[in-house]
Design a protein around this ligand. Sequence first.
Ligand SMILES: C[S@@+](CC[C@H](N)C(=O)[O-])C[C@H]1O[C@@H](n2cnc3c(N)ncnc32)[C@H](O)[C@@H]1O
Length: 464
Amino acid sequence: MKPPSATAAPVFKKIAGTAAAGRPAFDSTKPPSVALALVQRRAAEAVLAVLSGNNADAALARVDTSAFDGATRAALTDLTYGTLRFLGELRAIVRQFVHAKPEPLIEALLWVAIYELAHSKTAPHVIVSQAVAAVEAVNRGAKGFANAVLRNYMREPEAALAKAMEHDEGMWNHPTWWVERVRREQPEWWEAILRGGNGHGPLTLRVNRRRATVEQVMAAFEAKKIEAEALSDAMIVLKRPRPVERLPGFRDGLFSVQDAGAQLAATLLGAKDGMHVLDACAAPGGKAAHVLELADCKLIALDVDGERLKRVAENFDRLGLVGEVRAADAATPAPWWDGVPFDRILIDAPCTGSGVVRRHPDGKWLKRDSDVEQLAAQQKRLIDGVWPMLKPGGRLLYATCSVFKPENNFQVDAALALHADMRRIRITLPGDPASASGQLLPGGNRKTHNHDGYFYALLEKIAS
Ligand SMILES: C[S@@+](CC[C@H](N)C(=O)[O-])C[C@H]1O[C@@H](n2cnc3c(N)ncnc32)[C@H](O)[C@@H]1O
């Protein structure tokens, strides 16, 4: 097969990172269990699997990592997520150095290599020689081409990045339709939203106050030299991410992983002892568990997805909580509702996830503009379907992890227009400049309130 052509002659020069530094994709100080070239190849395969519709976890599960040890698997995940985070600029950069579109796996290997050159601490000559070897293994004839592309990029990386940034996708590392939508819907906050979406979410824990205090959990971490900061009487942020199962106290149910924005839901819902509570979209159970940690209420954790519901039961079990777990469509009450109205209902609705792309950068490339209206229709069906089950004077908390208005304020405005007995209760979301509208910006203020882009609206049924 004829190799795709590249522009200009190859020159090699060591470069510094060109844009916001990410985590190192491959730790060159430790001997890897396999060659970097193989890790790059698997990352390129995983990125292509995402672009053909798989989420990143499914994509990583599909690639062959049988020769990888744990550290190399972690490096593969970093490389894949990093490439997806910066895919807009990487695609725009590679396009500058090729005359004809290379075959997909080779193009993806170039994205991965340029991601590493720009955003990791691995020595550039290692990245390039390994990426060229990886390309050669795919198509021997493309070796010179790949070498030329990478070396041309390395000659003037800042210029390549500046050129990539001339267009929305290269500038913001989000699809063009996404940038246009946020710019249109959130004229005041669109840049903060997109920038926040390209950041990294910290590992945030919620202490199960039925089992431990923040001080006890912090002491256990300190004993193991795990650096962490307590941000409230229930929230701890780890200085460095690590596998949560290995943290002392996790298996004993002393805490759960939960973003700071998600931790607001249970308090906003305000369930009290003895209340009858419905979590209409409960799986995997993060918010339902929090509600039960705060109040002795009778909670039904419902979800339409029976498979995902298993996680709810596991979480309740680990945390020592009791709630009824049921697989059903919340908007069709007849098969499961006993007719006793609820004091509190939480709808943590299925949504685009546009507010959590800093943790799930694959989401940026998996969603289509048309998904927004489709999901909005599902959300409307859920709100209208559960509203009759709410007691007069009762409260429904509507939540999404989206920053798109049709899923958020437009949705709530439509519900208020339709239901004469619905009113919106003013809520305060601490530490976020945009929060008057119920919207948290991804990244928040990055210090005391570093959260995902959640949306909350508290709706009360007017007692006649
Ligand atoms: C954002 S997730 C919920 C996350 C969960 N509240 C938590 O904190 O762990 C949305 C959930 O809604 C569920 N879902 C979607 N349509 C539903 C329906 N009609 N009835 C019940 N659950 C539904 C999905 O299966 C998914 O698990």
